[in-house]
Design a protein around this ligand. Structure first.
Ligand code: ZN
Length: 276
């Protein structure tokens, strides 16, 4: 495995035996302690992880960029919304990235901007053809570890290639499945992109709400969570309860209807998964 030192040196290392026996061992994004004796470098210790994603397995992730197009493939707000909820659950920042903006008519672009007007995540409108929005993305990537999310065909690899032309990623799927020993795993690598690092395997493809209780679903929507204390009832589920500040905000347009609908959908999913 290759470890990068704080000075930027790439060091080939082997793993101390007990780390090799650990099921997880060392994953992309880990901070590790090395000992070096001459040309020999050994990973002695993995420092505590701030977070750990699976599929792809990456530690200490700072943010997810959920990439989506408007037309090809058509915008699936449910998918985008679920990625944002997954990021919230993982405690990772999220940025919404509209791709292929060069294909959009003015009215379509305004429609997307309107959909995100009341959504508490930044929307960056980009085109890997014209270069639009890349200057806005660059400072967001610098010094951070990012994971891309988004359906296939939205242009994730094209976006990375446009940001970092030296990458030369094949467009299409970012990374093939790698077969290692008995397990077929998705080995994540971190690519250098604009002074930051981006996992070469997309993540957040499936929202896992296992362990989330109905009461906790609203907390995964920051704009709903902020309003909940203003609801008449402390145990408001923001459905049909009287004096619900969330419903009022949806009616007034200060909470996006699609976000509220996704909340209701996820609340129902979580309730139906309960064992009683
Ligand atoms: Zn309410």
């Amino acid at each position: 495995m290759v470890v990068r030192s704080e000075e930027g040196e790439e060091i080939s290392c082997r793993l101390r035996g007990r780390l090799r026996r650990d099921a997880l061992g060392v994953v992309a994004g880990d901070f590790v302690v090395l000992t070096r004796t001459g040309a020999d470098a050994v990973v002695e210790e993995v420092l505590p992880r701030r977070n750990l994603l699976d599929r792809p397995t990456v530690a200490n992730v700072d943010q997810v960029l959920v990439v989506f197009s408007y037309r090809d493939p058509p915008l699936d707000l449910g998918h985008v919304g679920r990625v944002l909820v997954g990021a919230e659950k993982a405690g990772v920042d999220a940025v919404a990235v509209l791709s292929k903006a060069d294909l959009l008519a003015g009215a379509e672009r305004r429609e997307v901007e309107e959909l995100f007007r009341a959504v508490p995540y930044r929307l960056v409108v980009t085109s890997s053809v014209t270069g639009e929005g890349l200057g806005e993305l660059r400072p967001l990537l610098g010094g951070r570890v990012s994971v891309l999310a988004g359906q296939s065909g939205v242009g994730k690899s094209r976006l990375l290639n446009a940001l970092e032309p030296g990458l030369g990623l094949a467009t299409g799927d970012i990374s093939p499945r790698v077969r290692r020993g008995r397990h077929t795993t998705r080995l994540a690598r971190l690519l250098d992109v604009d002074g930051g690092m981006v996992a070469d395997t997309p993540g957040f493809s499936r929202l896992d709400l296992a362990g989330v209780e109905p009461r906790q679903v609203a907390a995964l929507f920051p704009e709903l969570a902020a309003l909940a204390p203003e609801c008449r009832f402390a145990d408001c589920y923001h459905r049909a309860e009287p004096g619900c500040a969330v419903r009022r905000a949806v009616e007034e347009g200060t909470v996006a209807l699609w976000r509220y609908r996704l909340y209701l959908e996820l609340l129902t999913e979580v309730e139906e998964a309960l064992p009683w």
